[in-house]
Ligand binder design. Structure first.
Ligand code: HEM
Ligand code: HEM
Ligand SMILES: [Fe+2]
Length: 449
């Protein structure tokens, strides 16, 4: 049976393979980072905390972007009804982007940063430029493929707009400015307009695409959610930036703007999942690809908890005054990144690896081994437990340092046991990652149909 209508869809798997590998490494560096809270001397001489932490969060951005790039190409050709303009450009883009990621990570071991240690965008200029080159190749390939494509699709139009915006929003983090206040102000454009604008649009598009595929739902029913999300991002995502402007010297009105907006933007992903499930129940559709379905449902629940509940609860400025920059923020950061992006991208990867064999063959491939279920439950339970540990650590930090006014280290002495809980629950998460990587390798080793 011919599964791939378009041969160029296969480039996506190279992106997914790179993404799975970097994800695995991200978790190892996460464990190393928390280990340094528990045993402060751990790897101190060759990998201090700032290095392990930078690598942990940089790998996060790189693996997610690789998966996004792969998924974009996968969806693009199918929706456009034609082969990719150039597979070669797609492969060069992959190599340049991976070289930027790996180069940046190695450079941190030699303390080669952008000069100001800007969290999330701390890579030195040479790597920034490589990211931009990869981004431009990506945009070029998308535009050329869509030009004169036989089919027009709102998914593709939105994918193109989102990609252009995502690459544009990388630029404000690049220049070196002597005034740190202005520099930090611009750094937030990258972070907030990535996660709460462009990446959130990708999230919505991929959830919608998967629901259409898994539930056989009429496309138009999902399209309307895309437009609602697009509108919400323009309205609430853009103004929601205010929640990062509270304490960095910006005008006072941002406290109100930042407190009020943002909370609504995570509604469409959850709503479209519910809509899909209602449809599936009514039409009695049995979804065959269980890993993709589980990760989709898990991701939308995680998204709701991570964004609307944990994000929403710290976005009010008088609450933020107390918890700003504590581990309560890290709890929100983990749950949001995991639910909104990691889970949805993993769902996409499971969907696409199963498609290689044809969904009819689904039972013969990876699911019958239950590895996917181990991966799913260990990662999800591990993440929820880690987030709870982070909340405890964060609340201790608030009460000891912020309320009682004792120093940062005074709080740490009490926090150590809870950092240990974070470490142990991190091992649970790590075990799930091993099953996921194993699943991916097994699935890719099998010949595609
Ligand atoms: C997928 C979407 C989101 C992701 C991945 C995400 C991730 C993050 C991360 C990693 C940080 C820490 C940044 C840093 O300190 O350098 C952060 C901060 C913050 N986020 Fe989100 N976020 C998302 C959506 C939201 C939403 C929807 C809200 C509000 C409803 C929100 C409210 C906040 C606030 C108030 C802060 C600042 C916390 C502080 O002052 O320390 N976030 N977010
Ligand atoms: C075994 C699993 C993991 C462990 C042990 C771990 C550990 C850590 C540690 C220790 C930090 C630094 C916190 C600090 O600055 O005080 C951190 C930061 C971060 N990690 Fe993880 N992590 C893990 C998995 C993940 C996953 C799966 C994601 C996303 C999907 C993630 C996203 C982040 C983010 C966004 C930050 C920065 C948070 C902020 O800016 O406040 N981590 N992680
Ligand atoms: Fe934000």
């Amino acid at each position: 049976m011919e599964i791939f209508t378009f041969r160029s869809q296969k480039v996506a798997y190279y992106y997914f393979a790179a993404s799975v590998l970097l994800f695995f490494l991200q978790i190892i560096f996460g464990l190393a980072s928390v280990a340094q809270y528990v045993w402060p001397d751990f790897a101190l001489n060759w990998m201090p905390f700032n290095v392990s932490r930078s690598i942990h969060i940089n790998l996060l951005i790189f693996w997610m972007f690789l998966a996004i790039m792969g998924a974009t190409y996968y969806v693009l050709v199918e929706e456009a009804g034609r082969e990719l303009y150039s597979r070669k450009i797609a492969m060069i883009q992959l190599i340049v982007f991976c070289a930027a990621g790996v180069g940046a990570i190695i450079s941190y071991f030699f303390h080669y940063y952008d000069g100001q240690g800007l969290e999330y965008v701390e890579a030195a200029p040479v790597f920034d430029w490589m990211v931009v080159v990869a981004g431009l190749l990506w945009i070029y390939n998308l535009i050329k493929t869509l030009h004169k494509a036989p089919k027009k699709s709102p998914i593709n139009t939105l994918l193109l707009i989102t990609t252009i915006a995502a690459i544009l929003m990388y630029l404000p983090g690049m220049p070196y400015l002597r005034n740190f206040v202005v520099q930090d102000y611009l750094r937030w454009w990258v972070i907030h307009y990535w996660v709460e604008a462009t990446w959130e649009m990708y999230e919505t598009l991929f959830i919608g695409y998967l629901i259409i595929k898994l539930f056989n739902i009429p496309k138009e029913r999902m399209y309307r959610w895309f437009y609602i999300e697009f509108f919400l991002i323009l309205a609430s995502g853009i103004l929601g930036m205010g929640h990062h402007y509270f304490w960095i010297g910006t005008p006072h009105y941002w406290t109100w703007v930042g407190s009020i907006f943002s909370v609504f933007e995570a509604i469409p992903p959850v709503a479209m999942m519910i809509d899909g499930l209602i449809y599936a129940r009514k039409t009695k559709i049995k979804v065959k690809n269980l890993p993709a379905l589980y990760w989709l449902i898990g991701g939308t629940i995680g998204s709701f908890i991570g964004l609307t509940i944990l994000g929403g609860s710290q976005t009010w400025f008088s609450v933020n005054y107390w918890m700003h920059g504590t581990e309560v923020t890290a709890a929100h950061g983990h749950m949001a990144f995991f639910g909104a992006f990691a889970a949805i991208l993993i769902a996409f990867i499971y969907y696409s690896v199963e498609r290689r064999k044809g969904e009819e063959n689904f039972k013969d491939t990876i699911t019958d081994k239950h590895r996917w279920a181990w991966a799913f439950w260990l990662m999800n339970i591990g993440m929820v437990m880690m987030v709870l540990a982070m909340e405890v650590v964060g609340i201790m930090q608030i009460s000891i340092s912020r309320v009682m006014g004792q120093g940062y280290i005074a709080a740490q002495i009490h926090q150590i046991e809870w950092f240990a809980v974070w470490f142990v629950t991190g091992i649970v998460f790590f075990a799930g990652t091993v099953f996921y990587v194993w699943d991916f390798i097994v699935a890719m080793k099998e010949k595609s149909a």
